[in-house]
Design a binder for this molecule. Structure first.
Ligand SMILES: [Zn+2]
Ligand SMILES: [Zn+2]
Length: 153
């Protein structure tokens, strides 16, 4: 469990729901997301950094529909989740639970990025020392994060 549950911690009333469009770098894949949340969830875990080339900055969405879905490849990164990208240009698009219960979209894939705040950081102990994100927001270790979900003592 990594980026998936970051935004589930928020109260329902805090979630700004809206519909937004996005695309990959080459334009082969276009998508529409509904119920787009208002905050970046940041994950510093090693899997995210390897896959993304840096920390994940992703936005929770309620639904995601694609134009040219055949260009989207989903890599199964764990028993419970998959990570989607454009087969032509490699743009990182989404992370979702394979049971369909949760999807986040990489913030940069949206056509507009204004208006997203920074909600929280998780796996903070995995963050490389050379950079850090400014601002006041929750920063949780893996253990604190799992504990907040009731998955650890
Ligand atoms: Zn592409
Ligand atoms: Zn992660």
């Amino acid at each position: 469990m990594t980026t998936d549950t970051i935004l589930k911690n928020k109260d329902e009333e805090d979630i700004i729901t809206m519909t937004m469009a996005g695309s990959c770098l080459c334009g082969s894949v276009k998508f529409t997301a509904t119920g787009v949340g208002g905050d970046h969830g940041v994950c510093h875990c090693g899997t995210c950094r390897k896959w993304s080339g840096g920390p994940t900055m992703a936005i929770h969405v309620e639904s995601l529909s694609f134009e040219n879905e055949e260009k989207v490849k989903a890599y199964i990164s764990s028993e419970w989740a998959e990570r989607g990208f454009c087969q032509e240009c490699g743009t990182h698009l989404f992370y979702r639970l394979r049971d369909g219960s949760m999807t986040v979209v990489w913030a940069g894939a949206f056509d507009k990025n204004d208006g997203f705040s920074l909600g929280s950081e998780i796996y903070i102990e995995s963050k490389p020392e050379g950079y850090s994100f400014a601002g006041e927001h929750p920063r949780m270790t893996e253990h604190e994060f799992l504990k907040s979900l009731g998955m650890a003592e």
